[in-house]
Design a protein around this ligand. Sequence first.
Ligand code: ATP
Ligand code: LTN
Length: 332
Amino acid sequence: MNERNGRKRILSGIQPTGNAHIGNYLGAIRHWVASQGEYESLFPIVDLHAITVPKDPKQLRAHIRETAGILYAAGIDPEQSTLFIQSHVSAHAELAWILNCFIPMGWMERMTQFKDKAGAARERVSVGLFDYPALMAADILIYDADLVPVGDDQRQHLEMTRDLAQRINSMFGKTLVVPEASIPPVGARIMGLDDPTSKMSKSETGQGHAIDLLDSPDEIRAKIRRAATDSSRVIEFDESRPGVNNLLVIYEAFTERTREDIEAHFDGKGYADLKRELSEVVIEGLRPLQERYREIRKEPGYLDAMLKEGADKVRPIADRTLRRVMDKVGLG
Ligand code: ATP
Ligand code: LTN
């Protein structure tokens, strides 16, 4: 069931929140690009997840196209990968409902992302935000995905997805593929530049928090110049000094040089040198993506056509799994 012409299937989603940042790129997107030749690759733009927090409808629709443009510009190749809009395949939401009915409250209550995001507003945030992991599980399970390449923040959601698939398999016999998370060794948790103790996040809109993928060179330089460091002068990888460590990890991820090599390179240099060199590395690292993005946006209609084609291609796979689950559960 889960081998397709010998190729495994990967699936990963991205929220169309409109300010994709280098954390998304280093933790997820660039690995999707690198592995698309090896695996059958499906990438939903998860607009149903985006509405778990209030969104302006016009902006949401624009951000869906922007996100698709960024993914193609980053190197997602429509010949090798399928990009589509989650809400265009209604089986995701239908399966999510069914899964909801097999997820114990206790599992959901343990999800730390909800606790972090809801914070003190727990009574006011939407039920959708609480239920977010059920929809994410549906995104994955509905395609019998084998591998899910994500950043470190999604580890717990993936564990819950696996537990859920196993639970359903033990209740109804083999029904769902139990997926595995694939979390990169470098760049899986890029931290905020302004506060290196919290993950770089799209929902954090503070100036100087994140480097967005479409930031201009001057914006990138200014954000890195202001990034938090510490009063020590030594430039080395050290998690107890999160500011400098984070800058070095970003440098490491973009240059793919070894830690030893990087520490030797910066030996005797100061934070100003680190920040200056890092800025140029990030600017150069993002330049091809930004140039391709501008090209893609010049062709009106291209993105919509590609996204429609993508949804048309995956819909039959999703419908088949939904039928299979409905059948096992006794629905219809
Ligand atoms: P938010 O932080 O507001 O929840 P997000 O940045 O996590 O949003 P998504 O679109 O949901 O946005 O994430 C897309 C991918 O990027 C996911 O695989 C996620 O794990 C990864 N990712 C997000 N933030 C980081 C980060 N700071 N470092 C590494 N990977 C990240
Ligand atoms: N929850 C993820 C986005 C997401 C996803 C998915 C990732 C939605 N569905 C399926 C992997 C597989 C996030 O917040 N980053």
